[in-house]
Ligand binder design. Structure first.
Ligand code: ADP
Ligand code: MG
Length: 324
């Protein structure tokens, strides 16, 4: 697949997703970029804002094998990874694979399960393998997770540990639709579909094989100039030096920006990264990796968005980067 065909296919995927999910194209494009970078996405927002819908839409349009786990307080780690059971016919333990053995995992309401269960998932996300009773099993490729959660103040939830948030490539919020017209559009579509869950109406836009090839193109064919690399590194370092930030971004945050910006270049039909590919992801890739200094939070003077904007405004944007 060449880059022109790549862009065309991405256009088809975004169009199909937009026919179900009402909202801004940019959000859909960001989710697509994260998937193309084989990264995990966390959707965080209040109930009813379309998080589950959006994850399901992508599960369908990307044509990958997918499963869904609904996280509940009584969900056990084995319900995710599986168990080894004794089979008399072969006189041996065999693996009963849990739902994690898939390509696209929708982990719904991830913060409703207790920490032990969450960590079974988070380990698999990082290592792309699971260990069950001492035996290690590799997960399939591609493997990526789209998880949803309600904001942590809501009752009956277990906040994800800060250290494990780092495993998500991006944390996105779906947000409310912006205009009255779009609000109406959600209602009109419901009338057209005659059902609450329109997922059966969505056709895959690519095969799993093609999708895998697209991920590979992002990984191997998109040029990143030295100046762009420096730009990313400066942004990451600035989060560690800002007075309002207590804990800045990990190096993994920088790697995330790199992956996302390459995917975005490809989605735009370019085989090289420009500074805007980086900029549009800075907030999404870093907001869950930064901990503000509690002094400023109590005062109410700091918020992550403003701090990131300030950092970006102070770093010179590269101009003479190579395009190939
Ligand atoms: N942006 C949107 N576009 C289309 N439908 C939406 C949108 N936001 C919410 N809905 C509809 O609202 C309902 C709730 O969405 P859901 O994805 O279950 O929310 P959440 O998982 O965030 O609680 C669904 O029936 C969904 O179809
Ligand atoms: Mg939901």
């Amino acid at each position: 697949m060449d880059i022109y065909r790549f862009r065309e296919v991405c256009g088809q995927i975004l169009k199909a997703a937009g026919e179900v999910f009402v909202g801004n194209e940019l959000l859909l494009r960001k989710v697509l970029c994260a998937s193309l970078a084989n990264g995990h996405v966390l959707f965080e927002d209040y109930p009813g804002l379309g998080k589950t819908l959006l994850a399901k839409v992508f599960a369908k349009v990307l044509g990958c094998k997918w499963t869904r786990i609904q996280f509940t307080p009584d969900l056990m780690p084995a319900d995710i990874v599986g168990t080894r059971v004794w089979k008399t016919s072969v006189s041996d333990f065999v693996l009963e694979r849990g739902p994690i053995f898939t390509n696209f995992l929708l982990a719904d309401e991830i913060n409703r399960a207790p920490p032990k269960t969450q960590s079974a998932l988070l380990e698999a996300m990082e290592e792309r393998q699971v260990t069950i009773e001492g035996v290690t099993y590799k997960l399939e490729s591609p493997f990526f997770v789209m998880a949803t959660q309600n904001p942590i103040e809501l009752e009956g939830t277990y906040p994800l540990p800060e250290a494990q948030m780092d495993r998500f490539l991006v944390r996105l919020s779906t947000g409310y639709v912006e205009t009255l017209d779009l609000e109406c559009e959600i209602l009109r579509r419901r009338i057209k579909w005659r059902r609450d869950d329109p997922i059966e109406l969505i056709e895959p836009m690519v095969s799993q094989e093609t999708f895998r090839a697209m991920q590979k193109l992002v990984e191997t064919d998109i040029y990143v100039d030295q100046q762009i690399i420096e730009y990313i590194a400066k942004i990451i370092r600035a989060t560690r030096e800002h007075p309002m930030i207590e804990v800045g971004s990990s190096p993994r945050g920088g790697l995330s920006l790199l992956k996302l910006s390459r995917a975005h270049a490809a989605v735009c039909g370019r085989d090289f990264v420009v500074p805007d590919d980086v900029k549009i992801f800075v907030y999404d890739a870093l907001n869950h990796r930064i901990i503000l200094n509690p002094e400023y939070v109590v005062e109410g003077t700091a918020n992550v968005k403003a701090v990131i904007d300030e950092i970006l405004s102070k770093i010179e944007v590269p101009k003479h980067f190579l395009r190939r």
